[in-house]
Write a protein that binds this ligand. Sequence first.
Ligand code: PMV
Length: 338
Amino acid sequence: MIDQEGSFSVEAPSNIAFVKYWGKTGRQYPINPSVSMTLKNCVTTCDVTFRKSDRLELVNYRFEGRDNQAFKDRIEKYLHDISDVCPMLNNLAISFETKNSFPHSAGIASSASAFAAIGYALAHIEGNKDIASRASELARLGSGSAARSIKGPYVMWGAYEPLGVSDDYATPLEEVHANFKSVRDVILLVDTGTKSVSSSQGHALMNVHPFKNGRIEQAHHNINKILRSMQNGDWEMFGEVLENEALTLHAMMMTSQPPAILLFPQTLDIISKVREFRRDTALPLYFTIDAGPNVHLIYPEQYAVEIEGFIKQCLAPLCKNGQYISDENGMGTRLIHE
Ligand code: PMV
């Protein structure tokens, strides 16, 4: 049962996938399980106001202090689309006022944090007892990867029997070695423009991809390996899978029809510099990349001094206006004011 009216705020982070979700089926179900790290600093803050109504009404959607028609249309469609699984929406007038802690179009998954915030808000209004699973399920219906932003620091989404993980909502990983307690993610902003291929287009291309079955098999293999490496604290095995996943994602895009090349020359330069640094120093610095040109550098906090020095000196010059964002593992979505 929902109250007659109310207002509250939610803070939801973005996340970075270690094993990628690429390709979907049915109602936003992934074709393979994925594992991610929830971020701490890259967050969406969402102020919510609602009241009971005789119909579903998105009264207002403001982003960064301004009305935003494109976002409003997307959220309106989402609310209507999910009203069968979230029937309280049929009697709700709701407004969202959101802002991001990170630059818009920085190539950070802003739809993950935005839909995590909205999914959490709806689950909160519903008064659901298992708010995390319900919020994750509702977030998933907006953007698949958003399902993983509800909890932290490490999360899995997509049917995986050994750990009882479901396609419907994400589940935090319980057994993670102390070597993964404090992990950094430095996001190198190679380009901040709009991507030439959206993730929805990319997912759709996977359905007719000649390597689809091979990719699904490989993702399962990588899931087993990454889970083992995170349980055992084995950074070398972890890094091998992390980079393999990033390069596979782009290989899938490059070999889809039509093909998409989202990597920039600077991305490749960064990759080779990271590998060279690792060879020279033996420090556990690894990269991953989402569906864009920007590079996420993943490493244990204990090596932050050496690695940050390297980033500043050798990698920042390859970024757009020298920009990068420093983040770390975080705990997920939460209510900040009620
Ligand atoms: O949640 P979506 O539909 O934007 O898809 C995200 C896909 C990747 O970011 C490329 C991979 C992932 O698992 O987050």
